[in-house]
Every structure is written in C-alpha cells, then in structure tokens.
Design a protein around this ligand. Structure first.
Ligand code: 4AD
Ligand code: MG
Length: 462
C-alpha cells in the first residue's frame, strides 16, 4: 500500500478506505480497551488520531509505541467521534520503525522552554512550535521566488566566497586554506596570501549587492537570495553571524520605485503567509502572541508611513522619551528609536529616507544638499530594521570622489566602477533580512528560533 500523508488523510476524502500512514508519535493515551495515538508526519501542523483496539493488537509492539517513536500504521479512515478532529484511523496493524526510549528521549513531556529547545536544536523540529516555524519559513522562501518570478525578475547567484571586502556592511570571516600556525610570511613579516588557495585574501560575503548591480545593468531586474555572513560580536535577539538575505536590484528604478517595490513585496509575503499557513499561524497566535494575526493583517491592509530621516529625528527629539542612546541629526538610529517610531508613534511600518551620508555606505546616491544620501530603511513593529537599501550613485565621478573620501580602494572595485563607466543608469535596490521577516511573520521573539541551526558568537553547534 502506498503511504498517505497525514495532511491528505485529514482532508477527509478517504473515509471508508484502508490507508497506510507513517510518522512520529506525539502522544499515546487510552484505557484498558483502547489506545489513542497522535501521529504527526510533518506534512501539516495537525496530527491524525490512530485508534487501536487493544484486543486486536500485539501487546509487545504497542508497548514500543511511545512519544517520539517512528511507526507505520494501516487502518480504515472513519469519521471521528471525538471533538477536535474530523477523521481518525481505526488501526489494523502497527509496525515500529524506530523506537524512542521514554527514559532518555528529551521531548518526552510537553511545555519545554525555547531556551531548552535551542540546546537540542537537532530534535526541536519535532515540536509543534518548530514544525510551524519551519513550514512558514519554507512558504516564505517559496513566496519570495514566486513574487519576483511573477514580476519578471531573474534570480542571480552571487558568490559566497568573495575577494573584495569593500562593501563595508560588516566585519568579515576570512576564508583560507593556510595553516594558522605555519602560515607563510612575506618580507614585512605579515601573512603571504599570494600562497593561499586563491592567491589573495578572501572572505565570506556580507552581501550580494555589488554583484547584483552588475547583473541588473544587463538583465534589468534581478534578485539574490543567499546566505550572508557577518563577524560582528552582536549577541542580540535580532542578529546572526550567518543569515539569509534577499537583494533585488533594478535598473531605472529611483528611490520612490525602490520604496514601492519594498512595500509591495512585504505586503505580498505577509498576505501569502496568511493565505497559505493558516494552521501554523493560528497555533503561534494562540501559543505565543495573541496579536500576531491582527498585526499581520494590519500590515497587509495599511500603507507604510514614509518620511525623511531628518523628520524622524525631530519627532524623536520632541517625543519627551528618555532613550538609552540620545538622538540628534547625524547619529545612527538604534533599534529603540526605530521601534518607538513604529510601535508608539506611527503605529505602522515606516520607511525612512535621506539619511546623512556619513552613516551610510559609499555607493548610495548623493542628494543635491551635499549632506544626505538616498538611503531607505524599512522599520517594522517588534523588529526595527527589516530592510536596508538605497538608490545607487550612478555618476562615475561622484562615486569615485566618495570612495576616496571613505578610503575605499578603487583598484579593488574596478569591476564595480566599470558599470558607471560603460552604460551607466539610475538604479536602486535593497536587502531584506530573511530571518527578520520570519521573526515578524511567526511572532517569535528570538532570531535563533527562526533558523534551523543558528550561528552566533560562541556558538556553531552541528
Ligand atoms: O542594511 P544591510 O547591512 O544592507 C546591506 O547589506 C545592503 N547591501 C542591502 C542592499 O541594499 N542590497 O542589511 C540588510 C538587511 C537588514 O535590514 C537586516 O534585515 C538584515 O539584512 N541583517 C541581518 N539579519 C540578521 N543578522 C544580522 N547580523 C543582520 N545584519 C543585517
Ligand atoms: Mg542597514
């Protein structure tokens, strides 16, 4: 018999038929006549109830049907008498595929803390919470590709190992095959990277943007979606050392179109989750965050607030709130400021533009005022910055001048500068932190709980 997934069984279209299901036992309870087994195979949030008449079952086998064990069961699908499920399976036979010793299985009981589950990240997939989170994560990855594909964007694979560290988005992880103890030295006594694998220093990428720009100047509309790495020692609930980023880049877009694209994409993604992940979201809403569904719907239904950085600074200064970090024109906003603007003041997502050039990257389009650049950050409730982006400086001379001011070596970025030399055009793009999106959509509080295997300072388990 071919296996039927639990998600299929629960649709209720197989009533009266004999089916084979396989999965992991969530719970077993019952009395001296009958055992009720909740079986979950990951295909849906819900488990299917197996009803086993003890009279017809081998006692030895049933003993091994414990929480966490993997079993295969055959039986007839019937309408359920109990509440809470539409159908159940009257068990004919059970085969135990993998036992889980109740004495040592760590998920024997329910109600573990998220901190405890982080310590057993290899098993936490088996909980309701992480099943829900990772099904939603998948749905969001799929929806991102769908969104861009439907709009005629092309998916570009930017390199993970990079020979340039010029973007300056964060501290980098060195990639080398040299032996740390016996690295060859040059005449100055420093490491001789000409004898390294790539004959030069290389790092893990912090962003695929600069490469995406090259592609956008030929293919028109492109996006990257890949892992990025930052070696900052930031132990917060919003930072990972390895995270995934989506970076669209569009020729002929200016800052206004860039904001429109970001807003449209975020609303599309949240709506996609509401439409396609109702069971998982309902669980998370009930379990962790009673306002989750309401907040998601609100983001879909309301336009984002758009204002200049300078206006935001004025609002913050006049707020009367005592922030941990004081704010004035020229300072970088920290997440307390961003979240106050979003959660207390505007009570909706906010897009800030026209930041001081001193606190933004070299490649951002310079404004006429000589002080600001066409940067844009999208700020979300509960998250702070979810997107960072800008219109790009397409003028060769202005870009060169800014690079000189910021001591960015032009010879290292000759390939980037070539786009401004040959057929340059206005263009714009942004980066969406994938895990920050998942934080928002799931309502989870810690970024370590929305990526299967988090990498953070002092932690690279598995
Ligand atoms: O603002 P960032 O540094 O922008 C860039 O890297 C640009 N190259 C993007 C572009 O214009 N193509 O990062 C973009 C987003 C942030 O808004 C945030 O959501 C996320 O990436 N992010 C992180 N997420 C998790 N952990 C970290 N350490 C992150 N750093 C940035
Ligand atoms: Mg940023």
């Amino acid at each position: 018999m071919e296996r039927l997934k639990v998600a299929e069984v629960l649709k209720g279209k197989n009533i009266g038929e004999n089916v084979l299901v396989k999965g992991w036992v969530r719970t077993k309870r019952g009395n001296k006549n009958v055992a009720f087994i909740a079986l979950n195979d990951g295909s849906t949030f819900h488990s299917v109830q197996l009803v086993a008449d003890l009279e017809n079952q081998n006692e030895e086998i049933l003993k091994k049907v414990t929480t966490g064990a993997c079993i295969a069961a055959t039986g007839k699908v019937v309408e359920s008498m109990g509440s809470g499920q539409s159908v159940e399976i009257q068990v004919a036979s059970i085969e135990v595929l993998g036992e889980a010793d109740p004495e040592t299985y760590p998920l024997q009981k329910k109600g573990h803390t998220l901190e405890f589950l982080r310590e057993i990240a290899h098993l936490r997939f088996r909980t309701n919470t992480f099943g829900a989170v990772f099904r939603i994560r998948h749905a969001m990855a799929f929806a991102i590709h769908k969104f861009f594909n439907d709009k005629g964007f092309f998916y570009i694979h930017s390199p993970i190992i990079t020979g340039s560290d010029a973007e300056g988005a964060g501290a980098m992880f060195r990639v080398t095959t040299l032996d740390a103890e016996k690295a060859p030295k040059n005449d100055q006594g420093t490491v001789d990277f000409s004898r390294d694998f790539f004959a030069k220093p290389t790092n893990l990428t912090v962003s695929g943007q600069l490469e995406a720009e090259l592609a956008a100047m030929a293919l028109g509309q492109v996006y990257t979606f890949g892992p990025t790495f930052r070696a900052e020692n930031s132990n917060t609930s919003r930072h990972l050392a390895e995270f995934w980023m989506i970076e669209p880049e569009v020729a002929f877009n200016e800052i206004k179109e860039n904001m429109d694209l970001a807003e449209e994409m975020l609303q599309y993604l949240v709506r996609y989750a509401l439409d396609n992940c109702p069971d998982d979201l309902a669980f998370l809403n009930g379990q962790y965050d009673k306002e989750l569904l309401e907040r998601l719907q609100f983001v879909v239904d309301n336009k984002f607030e758009r204002l200049n950085y300078g206006e935001a600074v004025e609002i913050l200064k006049n707020s009367g709130v005592k922030f941990e970090f004081p704010v004035d024109w020229g300072t970088d906003l920290s997440s307390e400021h961003e979240r106050w603007l979003v959660e207390q003041h505007f009570k909706k997502p906010v897009i800030l533009t026209n930041y001081p050039k001193e606190i933004k990257a070299f490649y951002m389009k310079q404004n006429e005022d000589g002080k600001t650049v066409r940067a844009m950050d999208v700020l979300f409730p509960g998250i702070g910055e979810i997107i960072g982006g800008s219109q790009r400086e397409e003028n060769y001379d202005k870009l060169m001048k800014r690079m000189e001011e910021m001591h960015i070596p032009a010879e290292e970025l000759y390939w980037y500068l070539d786009t401004r030399k040959f057929g340059t055009c206005p263009h714009a793009g942004f980066g969406l932190g994938f895990e920050r999106l998942i934080l928002f959509v799931t309502g989870m509080g810690n970024i370590r709980d929305v990526i299967p295997f988090p990498r953070t300072p002092q932690n690279a388990e598995f």
